[in-house]
Design a protein around this ligand. Structure first.
Ligand SMILES: [Zn+2]
Length: 140
């Protein structure tokens, strides 16, 4: 695996056992429940290798990651009965390839628009993150 010592996403997998937001590892990526749960079930799919831009990911690995993204999104949609799924890949805050996978519900905070979080988002208790992660895992 190719990792960068000072990258916080490169460190996440080694703490999987104690992370209440840990969902699952795939061959090329892993999933963690987002701390922001305005859109219940929001999860981040993080590439295991450190790439700062999508265009740096070799084509076969990118295809495999896309498959894992679809597997994760299907599980989230099933687990939370989402009406729509949103996906985003920015890399502005943490320049390590990852996708925001955001389930959307008719009538949610920004239904019909992008899933922009409010400025202040209340964090959940660890056991609530564990419940969300387990619900997703059980649908994988
Ligand atoms: Zn990294």
């Amino acid at each position: 695996m190719s990792q960068k010592p000072d990258c916080k996403f490169c460190q996440l997998e080694s703490n999987a056992d104690t992370n209440p937001r840990w969902v699952a590892a795939f061959d090329h990526s892993f999933a963690i429940v987002d701390s922001r749960q305005t859109f219940r079930g929001r999860t981040t799919l993080i590439v295991r290798n450190h790439y700062e831009d999508m265009l740096a990911v070799p084509e076969p690995e990118f295809a495999a990651i896309n498959h894992e993204l679809r597997v994760l999104a299907t599980a989230i949609q099933t687990a939370f009965a989402a009406q729509r799924m949103n996906y985003a890949n920015y890399g502005n805050v943490v320049p390590h390839q990852h996708w925001h996978v955001v389930p959307r519900y008719e009538g949610d905070l920004r239904w019909g628009g992008p899933p922009i979080e409010p400025d202040a988002v209340e964090k959940l208790a660890d056991h609530e993150y564990e419940e969300i992660a387990e619900k997703i895992r059980s649908a994988l």
